[in-house]
Design a protein around this ligand. Structure first.
Ligand code: FAD
Ligand code: NDP
Length: 313
């Protein structure tokens, strides 16, 4: 099948792009993935509960419901959606040819909105069906304000900008926040370090790792190990936030697009255009800094408008 516009992904970026492209009568086809990057169709928000910061929902909305609504809006204007992963794409000449799970085709323009997957630590107690999303999260900005974390002791794992930013953010809600870092110096930028280290609510656990999450129905404590002494102890906490980095879902592109040293797609300033004309990137796959549903949706809108201009010219 040959298409005018192929959209790969199914988070807020992909569906916002689809809504705009369908309304512009580009007849987009959207491949939403089948557990691509370990995430269900609908993207990262399908892995969370309340989303309280997406504009338009003053009472908040459950992540999966928000994504169902975005999907329905894409379909309403005529987007064709396939529940398949795009496994290969050839961007060397137009039309761009691609192979998905059960079909192949070509497209005049492509929007890549395959997102990123937050890294999770594989420790006892922290997996799906255990305490994941019951006190354990990979997004403090998203989940930190939940009532369960108010005035509680919390912990963040990591030593980068995300970890110190998230720990500082959590001090607005928690009574105390530990940063558990595996080394005795932070990777974070100096200004962010300064802010965290001077915050009286933040305590560093240098050269420590978390070895277990403990609790019945909700997190109650973490077991930490001091890497210098090998001593282990339990630290009571009501919240544990992983801030150990993300992996952008770009492997299927086989290096055909310019990326930074962490494999995030590079787009031109104030644009979603990649280094290949006609190929646009939106959402977390090209954004390692903001990583919010609303910013992903914003760049999805930009990508659709840029694709429309490209196809018209
Ligand atoms: P993603 O949501 O990452 O979705 C990309 C989709 O593309 C995935 O479903 C993936 O399976 C699919 N895909 C990947 N590769 C392929 C392929 N080759 N073919 C087809 N499909 C593919 N943000 C907020 O603003 N508010 C919140 O409250 C909030 N809570 C969060 C809670 C958690 C636990 C997490 C992890 C994140 C949260 N975020 C929140 C961040 C937000 O989810 C992301 O910023 C946003 O989802 C990024 O959207 P995206 O469109 O870039 O892609
Ligand atoms: P980083 O990759 O920079 O940091 C990840 C941190 O997690 C590191 O300190 C690393 O430790 C630690 N870590 C990784 N794996 C493990 C593990 N298995 N166990 C324990 N610890 C682990 O990711 P970030 O998300 O912090 O930042 C990503 C990018 O986004 C950076 O370029 C950052 O500058 C940028 N960013 C900028 C912000 C800002 O400017 N406001 C805010 C947030 C992010 P170690 O140091 O030992 O490797």
């Amino acid at each position: 099948m040959s298409h005018r516009l192929l959209i790969i992904g199914s988070g807020p970026a992909a569906h916002t792009a689809a809504i705009y492209a369908a309304r512009a009568e580009l007849k987009p086809v959207l491949f939403e993935g089948f557990m691509a990057g370990g995430v269900a169709a609908g993207g990262q928000l399908t892995t969370t509960t309340d989303v309280e910061n997406f504009p338009g929902f003053p009472e908040g909305i459950m992540g999966p419901e928000l994504m169902e609504r975005l999907r329905a809006q894409s379909e309403r204007f005529g987007t064709t959606i396939y529940t398949e992963t795009v496994n290969e794409i050839d961007l060397s000449s137009r039309p761009f040819r691609f192979k998905a799970d059960s079909q192949q085709g070509s497209a005049e323009a492509v929007i890549i909105a395959t997102g990123a997957t937050a890294k999770r630590l594989d420790i006892p107690g922290a997996n799906d069906g255990e305490l994941w999303q019951r006190g354990i999260s990979a997004c403090a900005v998203c989940d930190g304000a939940l009532p369960a974390f108010r005035d509680q002791t919390l912990a963040v794992i990591g030593g980068g900008d995300s970890a110190v930013e998230e720990a500082s953010f959590l001090t607005k809600y928690g009574s105390k926040v530990y940063i558990v870092h595996r080394r005795d110096e932070l990777r974070a930028s100096k200004i962010m370090q300064h802010r965290a280290l001077n915050n009286p609510k933040i305590e560093m656990l240098w050269s420590h790792v978390v070895t277990e999450a403990k609790g019945e129905d909700f997190l109650q404590a973490i077991r930490v190990k001091d890497l210098k002494t090998d001593e282990e102890r339990d630290v009571p906490v009501a919240g544990l936030f992983f801030a150990i980095g993300h992996i952008p879902n770009t492997a299927f592109l086989s290096g055909q697009l310019d990326t930074d040293d962490q494999d995030y797609l590079i787009t031109k300033p104030d644009s979603t255009q990649t280094n290949v004309p006609g190929v646009f990137a939106a959402g977390d796959v090209q954004d390692k800094k903001w990583r919010q549903a609303v910013t992903a949706a914003g760049t999805g809108c930009m990508a659709a408008l840029e694709a429309e201009h490209f196809l018209a010219s």
